[in-house]
Design a protein around this ligand. Structure first.
Ligand code: PLP
Length: 357
């Protein structure tokens, strides 16, 4: 039976990417070596790194003056590292709190200085994106999470401010077109949309660096990582290689613009059914609904186990909701096919029919 993988992360990758990656683990380009047993200083791997950086620049239209890095430690390390590099000792930064990941980012940044939580949707279990806040003009940057993987909300517009932006884009990087020039820093763990866990993509405005007044440990210093071209120490070779393959796949399909269209089709299909079906309802505010991670519940939650079983029976994996929201979450990253969403919609329809008969 075909498995339809709606897992929130690590998550689905294109099948062709997985096959190519598997092949390269056995024998990379007929070198007789595996991609995971060759020197990261070899010409082969340096080519992989350079190609990966070039693909990020091409696909996301990264302007001059920005560096592209592949680091380790996940998005969770960036919560601290971003503030360490960008928040001056006597400065202050503004944060918008839209859920678990932003809360964690705030907690880590507070270790380093004054953090102004200018808006939060905690009062309603993070089911919406705050509006009508003001960003203090003296803030060194505004940090927010573009897509809230757990609560199923997503920023649809850039915050109205001249303050420089710092963003956690872990769960929607390369799923839509963005204007990099508005950001001083973008970071994203690889394991949603890019590749296997291990690498973290960082895009940083070089002009924003060197102003914190802090002494920064080598591994946590963006400038050091830039100078060493992400090879200050051994990089997560396999994760970067597979991310490169995924980006080649994105490019082949027409780039980020094509992903945006594909993702809009999938989310429209699923949300239409959530809204039509008498048994289900969405949990996020209508205008803030995430294209990547639709969250929804059964109005009668005593049916949860039965619906989950019905979905597993048709090959659906990973739609049990996060414990903080309950119900269901269908993560629909770039690699998920429209056909898989149709399978989910069909099982929702069939379930409604059965309940009403
Ligand atoms: C998954 C996720 C994280 C955590 O990423 P790690 O790489 O595991 O640290 C952070 N932010 C967002 C938005 C996520 O979806």
């Amino acid at each position: 039976m075909k498995i339809h993988n709606f897992s929130a992360g690590p998550c689905i990758l294109p099948k062709s990417v997985m096959e190519k990656a598997a092949e390269s683990v056995v024998n990379y380009k007929n070198t007789g070596l595996s991609i995971i047993e060759m020197s990261h200083r070899s010409k082969e791997f340096v080519d992989v790194m350079n190609r990966s950086v070039a693909l990020v620049k091409e696909l996301l239209n990264v302007p001059e003056g920005y560096a592209v890095l592949f680091l380790q430690g996940g998005a969770s390390m960036q919560f601290y590292m971003s503030a360490l590099n960008l928040l001056p000792l006597d400065g202050k930064a503004a944060y918008i709190n839209t859920g678990t990941w932003s809360s964690k980012a705030i907690k880590e940044a507070k270790l380093l200085g004054e953090i102004d939580e200018i808006a939060s949707s905690k009062d309603n279990n993070f089911s919406y994106i705050p509006k009508g806040y003001t960003v203090p003009s003296e803030a060194s940057f505004l940090h927010y999470t573009t897509n809230n993987t757990i609560f199923g909300t997503q920023f649809k517009h850039l915050p109205k401010t001249k303050v420089r932006l710092v963003c956690d884009m872990s769960s929607d990087i390369m799923t839509q077109e963005i204007d990099i020039s508005r950001y001083d820093l973008i970071y994203a763990g690889a394991q949603k949309n890019l590749g296997p866990a291990g690498a973290t993509l960082v895009i940083v405005n070089k002009e924003a660096l060197g102003k914190s007044g802090r002494t920064i440990a080598s591994m946590l210093d963006y400038q050091n990582q830039i100078d060493k071209e992400s090879m200050f120490n051994t990089p997560p070779c396999f994760s970067i290689y597979t991310a490169m393959l995924t980006m080649e796949w994105v490019k082949e399909l027409g780039g980020v613009k094509a992903m945006e269209k594909r993702n809009a089709e999938k989310s429209t299909l699923l949300y239409s059914e959530i809204d039509r079906n008498s048994l289900f309802k969405g949990t996020a505010a209508f205008e803030d609904r995430s294209v990547m991670n639709p969250t929804f519940v059964l109005k009668d939650d005593s049916l949860n186990a039965e619906f989950l079983k019905a979905s597993i029976d048709v090959g659906i994996n990973g739609i049990k909701g996060h414990r903080s929201v309950g119900g269901f979450r269908a993560s629909m990253y770039n690699a998920l096919e429209l056909e898989s969403v149709q399978v989910l919609v069909d099982v929702m329809k069939a379930f409604e029919k059965r309940q009403n008969s």
